[in-house]
Design a protein around this ligand. Structure first.
Ligand code: SAM
Length: 487
């Protein structure tokens, strides 16, 4: 009776499996490799679960992951069989293993090939699995914050749970509106570039005109690092600014912005050492050793969430002293545009990103507004916007670099390592903040750089050494970041 009741009931119609086309495609791809659907099915099911239904990972590299997982399942079978063989002390284990692999229903033609590919594939698969498990511990992970705009990918990871940065990634500086940044070849005089060079300027017997800015000697080594003596002299300029020169503008754009009707005298702008790179009017090639910054980022970097400092930047590889890291890229603004922007900034805004391009401000009697420029990476910027501040002993230094324009109203800000840096070290830069400037309308952040030479003497807990150095802070000149500008 029960049987007849059961058979009379019409079976419930099954909802179509939305993954059916994907499953069928995976089966077809595996069939070509000689794997039967019976072998593929359990492995595919496992992978689907492991990857939380992410088909992209399964389909990646023309189903390489799936093929590797199938091979791995044979491997597991082999192992368990080998254990059995060992336990029963029977047969030669080699024979037993080869017969176990045959149970895999594999195409004999593809056998040897797949075995060779399989072991590296299995490792890749294991690595992917480990990565996936690691990823589950993260709050955020972005594979490439540059969205493919840089030569290499730059990942972002968050192990502590903070808000993701909101900005548009731009690999190069971009004019916002009024800034006058003419990239015209006509402005580059023939004698200021190398129209007769060929190949790599660094290998020519007599350094070409492009080395004039750095005293007739190129700033870079053939390995693409900054020469030690050039680097040391740049570091010394920042460490002992009182021993170096300051430009004092007659009509300081900064003071003008602070008080248009009654500007105060210029506080001074440090005279900086420039690097001049070969550019388009030069006849050397793009691989020329005097074209480091313009070739872009080449080291492995990662943005990561940090306690107390928001996001930070670290290197994933060892970097020798004098390595180029990245530029500080952002929107090119005039001083007035920056002033207008700053008026909009909410009082509790935590991170500010404008940097003055003031290296040339004292060289002319009156700099027009459209020539007094800064870079703002708040809304649009590159990875440089994530570099945190460290007082005095930071492992990066910013150096002005002339590429497209001979005048120094506009230039690039490039970061280089001040010493050898180990993999996974945070990359830091000294913003030259005067933490004691109580009158400043925008309060400086509470410095958490951790340096024994920290200048932020306002902190409650501070070592004696920090205090001693704190009093040595710079009295004149402007800092890198404009949140130290009184506006
Ligand atoms: C150029 S951004 C650096 C990236 C920033 N941490 C982020 O999350 O986007 C500068 C801001 O980072 C924070 N910061 C940088 N260095 C710091 C430090 N040593 N201590 C505390 N906060 C720091 C401050 O809020 C500062 O305004």
């Amino acid at each position: 009776m029960a049987t007849s009741q059961k058979s009379s009931k019409a079976p419930e119609p099954r909802a179509p499996n939305p993954n059916a086309p994907k499953i069928s495609k995976a089966f077809s791809a595996m069939k070509l490799l000689g794997f039967s659907p019976e072998v593929v099915k359990p492995v595919l099911k496992n992978l689907h679960e492991l990857y939380d239904g992410n088909w992209e990972l399964i389909e990646e590299d023309n189903y390489q992951t799936l093929a590797d997982a199938i091979l791995e399942s044979f491997d597991d079978k082999k192992k368990s069989k080998a254990v059995m063989v060992k336990e029963t002390h029977s047969l030669n284990s080699e024979d037993q293993l080869s017969s176990a692999s045959e149970n895999g229903n594999r195409n004999p033609n593809s056998n040897s090939n797949r075995n060779v590919e399989g072991s590296s594939g299995i490792q890749k698969k294991r690595h992917q699995k480990n990565e996936l498990e690691e990823d589950k511990k993260l709050f955020h992970k972005i594979k490439d914050i540059t969205k493919g705009t840089e030569k290499i990918k730059i990942s972002l990871i968050d192990e502590i749970g903070i808000d993701l940065p909101k900005f548009g990634y731009i690999p190069q500086n971009t004019t916002y509106q009024d800034a006058y940044v003419p990239f015209t070849l006509a402005r580059i005089a023939d004698e200021n570039c190398c129209i007769k060079c060929n190949g790599d300027c660094l290998s020519s017997r007599v350094p070409c005109a492009c080395s004039r800015e750095t005293g007739g000697e190129f700033a870079y080594t053939p390995q693409g690092l900054l020469k030690q003596h050039f680097l040391k002299s740049c570091i010394s300029m920042y460490h002992e600014p009182q021993d170096h020169h300051f430009f004092h503008c007659q009509d300081c754009p900064l003071e003008r912005v602070k008080n248009m009707w009654n500007p105060e005298p210029c506080k001074g702008h440090l005279v900086r050492k420039f690097i001049k790179e070969c550019w388009r009017k030069c006849s050397c090639n793009i691989a020329c050793g005097n074209r480091v910054v313009q070739r872009g980022i080449s080291c492995k970097l990662q943005v990561y969430a940090m306690e107390g400092k928001g996001w930070g930047l670290r290197t994933l590889e060892y970097l020798p002293e004098g390595s180029f890291i990245c530029e500080y890229a952002g929107e090119i603004l005039t001083n007035n545009e920056l002033f207008e922007r700053n008026k909009q900034i909410r009082k509790n805004e935590r991170h500010t990103y404008p940097v003055l391009l003031d290296a040339d401000w004292g060289s002319e009697q009156v700099l027009k507004d459209e020539e007094a420029l800064c870079l703002d990476a708040t809304s649009f910027g590159n990875v440089g916007r994530f570099i945190n501040h460290r007082c005095f002993d930071s492992n990066l230094i910013e150096i002005p670099v002339e590429v497209e324009t001979p005048d120094h109203h506009y230039y690039h800000i490039a970061f280089f390592t001040t010493r050898n840096v180990e993999a996974y070290e945070e990359l830091t830069w000294d913003y030259k903040i005067d933490f004691a400037d109580e009158e400043h309308p925008i309060k400086a952040f509470k410095c958490q750089c951790g340096s024994s030479l920290c200048r932020d003497v306002r902190r409650e807990e501070i070592g004696t050494k920090g205090r001693e150095v704190g009093v040595k802070r710079r009295k004149s000149g402007t800092s890198n970041f404009t949140h130290r500008i009184q506006i």
